[in-house]
Design a protein around this ligand. Structure first.
Ligand code: 26W
Length: 836
């Protein structure tokens, strides 16, 4: 082992084997004749966790002793995936562990495979939060992630007869060895009731007396930085009832009512809402948001109060980042705590709140913007509603002078929308109540200023900024693609693992014969492995000796899986008639993966359409020599880790101006896939880094799309191109749904009758042509393809979440690194305890 972490358990393979055996025996009551796969996994996880806890404790102590400022990342979603493989790599014990397990007759992979994904997120926003935690710990920034410990994460997707069917994801069924319950860290949160005004010492004090109470109990998961120096905390709140039963009701004989209120409290942390981009004003969701915000702020304040400093210093010790508007109730909640509980004046409280809060916007979709109806907010959070009114009143007064001749602008920037019923615009609240509003890619941040919030940009020009997303190279390259990672390290050293800008040193290897051939070999091995994964996961059979063309992401019309499907129809038709476009085509496998929000009819239809196309094409003896179409059920972090390293062509084809950033695009890039994509989100910056020559860029730009605007006629675009016309005919004549008449009518309608909101037909011809160039290159010049692929890896340095986090720390949080010593922890727990 290179860098030894000695603990009281020792560090050799033998010691690890010993730890594992002890856990099996004492925590699982198992022996070699009597173990279950789950029990072995849990025992191994506990043995690994033991090696983390000492350094975790030391990290907290060091951060406290150094009086370090801490970032508190508030997010309703953390899409963590598996912990074991990541922790083992960051701890640096992988080789020893493999040896230890094989000495006992087990394989590490087999045990690691038992772990369910922690799927506490929908997609990009939740996975970004997880990458950020990894970077924060590795860069040794003091950080807490705060969220909800959902009992059910994002649903498990099954495909039945081509349709998506949702199954509950009971991920905690066998317990979760990575978390520690902190029964002493518990806060009571209230809802409803009324606000009383009490006059004391000539001052009006407000007292909110809620009608419903819920407790939030903390569950902590260690976030191990690479090299295991800093170990930070992900603290998730679980809701419980403050009283086991309402004994009053119980004694009155209303047993069921007493149990019901307990269950109703626990409901709060039961399930993650599976929507992304489509906002739905559900009361339970609002309660989830307030529940986790209230617990988190109480926790942050408790930790600040231990320092016994003045409130004006609060922003020197805590920063809070709001991951989208989902936690934006933190703004009125912070005001309430400082005003009502701590007795600060409005101006003092406001300055502190604005200084502490930062807001990240993650989407340009208007239908994703959160707006709570005023009556609902009023009845659940009456005091917060008062505070929001006051914030709005003061804001509008200060804004008047910016728009002397356009008083109507005030109605647009007001936090309250004068609709019926009135609505509270959470994005406006988040911008007004924080010192920073950032977008997640350069184009997105520009569009925030230019089209989404132009008036706010006028009032607060310094608040708007960009923080282009990134991903952690440790999970997405080192962990997910170990063979390529090893090759890269042989070529340029291992500095890239913690300083990803060093990946640029790989550029010369793009023309190094030996390296190129190793790269090709590894890509093929990864395809073989991915094929085995899919076979095991869903029984799917695919051929590793084909071009893997992959589109994996949530299913959404703006992401244009339909564009991909239409292009497949063009290819299919061309094959059938022996056309030019497919004359020299390499055999291809088109892989799709992604979940549709359960209520999103068109997204579900797109899944069905892909599956029906697959059925026809895969069953067509002429076409299936060249084409295989697959929809991979239940796309998730663990599947991504297997598929992305095996991909040749990465599909990033959203309508320009719709995808805020994308992060999948970055994961593919650093694993040596070429991108076919539009000038949207972070694709623009990827093109800047690697050069358009090394990608397949197509389609209208954001400006061209908005130029096209209302005059756009999808029908004319489609009918003006013979091949497209024929492909469309397949859709409208029901070629793919012979026995299921009319099922795809809503898709056809949205394309032709409702104006094709996402400009499929404006881009389809350019897409088909770009796709043909990709196929031609792959078929015609493998060397050139691989050269470009390696250049993509070498140019991916910007897209590390380490870089992103460094920028947040400097520009928004004023956060300093706080190095933690690596301690061997040789003292035994008993010696430790006796010192007390
Ligand atoms: C209220 C329902 C809801 C839930 C989630 C609305 C919106 C969301 C998220 C903001 C959607 C999301 O995940 N956005 C994605 O964020 C990624 C990380 O910044 C970006 O890379 C993606 O482009 C963006 O779609």
């Amino acid at each position: 082992m290179k860098d030894e972490l000695k603990t009281r358990f020792g560090h050799t393979a033998k010691d690890l084997a010993q730890d594992f055996a002890e856990q099996l025996k004492y925590s699982q009551d198992a022996d070699i004749y009597h173990t279950t796969a789950e029990g072995r996994y849990t025992a191994l996880a506990l043995a690994i966790r033991d090696r983390i806890v000492h350094q975790w404790n030391l990290s907290r102590k060091t951060q406290r002793k150094e009086n370090a400022k801490r970032i508190n990342y508030l997010s309703l979603e953390f899409l963590m995936g598996r912990a074991m493989t990541n922790n083992v790599i960051n701890l640096g014990v992988e080789d020893q562990l493999k040896e230890a397990l094989s000495s006992l007759g087990y394989t590490y992979e087999e045990l690691a495979d038992m772990e369910p994904d922690a799927g506490l997120g929908n997609g990009g926003l939740g996975r970004l939060a997880a990458c950020f935690l990894d970077s924060l710990a590795t860069l040794e920034y003091p950080a807490y992630g705060y969220g909800i410990r959902y009992n059910y994460g994002i649903f498990r997707q099954q495909i039945k007869n081509g349709w998506q069917v949702e199954q509950p994801d009971n991920w905690l069924r066998n317990g979760n060895p990575w978390e520690l319950k902190r029964p002493d860290v518990v806060y009571t949160v209230q809802f409803g009731g009324e606000v009383k005004m009490i006059r004391e010492k000539g001052k009006d004090n407000f007292k909110w007396i809620g009608s419903e109470q819920v407790n939030g109990v903390a569950y902590d998961t260690p976030i191990v930085g690479y090299g295991c120096k800093t170990v930070n905390t992900l603290r998730l709140w679980s809701a419980t009832s403050p009283e086991e039963f309402n004994f009053h009701e119980f004694n009155d004989g209303d047993y069921t009512e007493a149990v019901r209120s307990k269950i109703s409290a626990e409901n709060l942390s039961q399930v993650l809402y599976p929507n992304d981009t489509l906002y739905m004003g559900k009361e339970l969701r609002l309660k989830q948001q307030y529940f986790f915000v209230a617990c988190s702020l109480a926790d942050i304040i408790r930790s600040f109060k231990r320092r016994k400093l003045s409130w004006s210093q609060f922003p020197d010790f805590a920063a809070i980042q709001l991951n989208d508007t989902h936690p934006s109730l933190a703004i009125p909640e912070m005001m309430r705590l400082l005003l009502d509980e701590e007795g600060l004046s409005w101006d003092e409280a406001w300055d502190i709140t604005v200084a502490i809060m930062g807001y990240t916007n993650h989407t340009l979709m208007p239908e994703a913007l959160e707006k709570w109806t005023l009556p609902m907010l009023q009845s659940i959070l009456p005091r917060h509603m008062q505070i929001i009114y006051e914030i709005n009143h003061r804001f509008l007064q200060s804004a008047v002078s910016f728009f002397p001749l356009q008083p109507q602008v005030l109605g647009q920037i007001s936090i309250i929308e004068e609709s019926n019923p009135k609505q509270v615009r959470m994005a406006n609240l988040a911008i007004i109540g924080s010192h920073s509003t950032n977008g997640v890619a350069a184009l997105h941040s520009e569009l925030l200023k230019r089209s989404m919030f132009p008036q706010f940009n006028l009032i607060y020009p310094k608040r708007f900024n960009n923080k282009t997303n990134g991903i952690t190279q440790r999970r997405w390259l080192l962990d997910a693609n170990p063979r390529l990672a090893q090759k890269i390290t042989e070529a340029i050293g291992d500095g890239w693992i913690t300083d990803y800008s060093q990946i640029a040193k790989l550029a010369p290897f793009a023309t190094d014969k030996a390296f190129v051939s190793d790269f090709a070999k590894i890509k093929l091995e990864n395809k073989v492995k991915a094929a085995a994964f899919l076979k095991k996961d869903s029984g799917m059979i695919i051929d590793p000796n084909t071009l893997f063309d992959v589109q994996v992401k949530r299913i959404h019309e703006y992401k244009r899986q339909l564009l991909n499907a239409l292009n497949i129809m063009l290819i299919y038709n061309d094959i059938k008639k022996g056309g030019k476009a497919t004359e020299n085509m390499p055999p291809m496998t088109f892989l799709f993966g992604g979940k549709a929000a359960p209520g999103y009819v068109n997204a579900k239809l797109i899944i069905k359409l892909i599956n029906n196309i697959a059925k026809v094409i895969n069953g067509d003896s002429q076409a299936n020599k060249l084409l295989s179409i697959q929809f991979m059920p239940n796309y998730r972090v663990t599947m991504a880790e297997s598929i992305i390293p095996a991909t040749d062509l990465s599909e990033q084809i959203s309508t320009a101006g719709t995808e805020a950033s994308g992060t999948g695009n970055m994961k593919f890039m650093c694993n040596g896939a070429l991108t076919i994509g539009t000038m949207d989100g972070a694709n623009v910056e990827i093109a800047e880094e690697v050069g358009k020559d090394n990608m397949f860029i197509f389609g209208h730009t954001e400006e061209e799309i908005s130029q096209l605007g209302k005059s756009y006629n999808p029908f004319a675009w489609a009918m003006g191109d013979n091949e497209i016309k024929e492909a469309v005919a397949l859709l409208s004549t029901g070629y793919f749904n012979v026995n299921e008449p009319n099922i795809f009518d809503p898709l056809r309608k949205s394309l032709f009758e409702d104006g094709d909101r996402y400009f499929h037909f404006a881009d389809l011809r350019m897409y088909a042509d770009a796709h043909k160039s990709a196929r031609d290159l792959y078929r015609g010049d493998q060397n050139e393809w691989n050269r470009k692929a390696i250049l993509n890896i070498a140019s991916s340095g910007k897209f590390s979440s380490d870089r992103t986090i460094g920028e947040y720390a400097k520009d928004i949080w004023a956060l300093k690194q706080c190095p933690v010593q690596r301690d061997d922890g040789t003292e035994t727990a008993l010696q430790d305890a006796m010192k007390k």
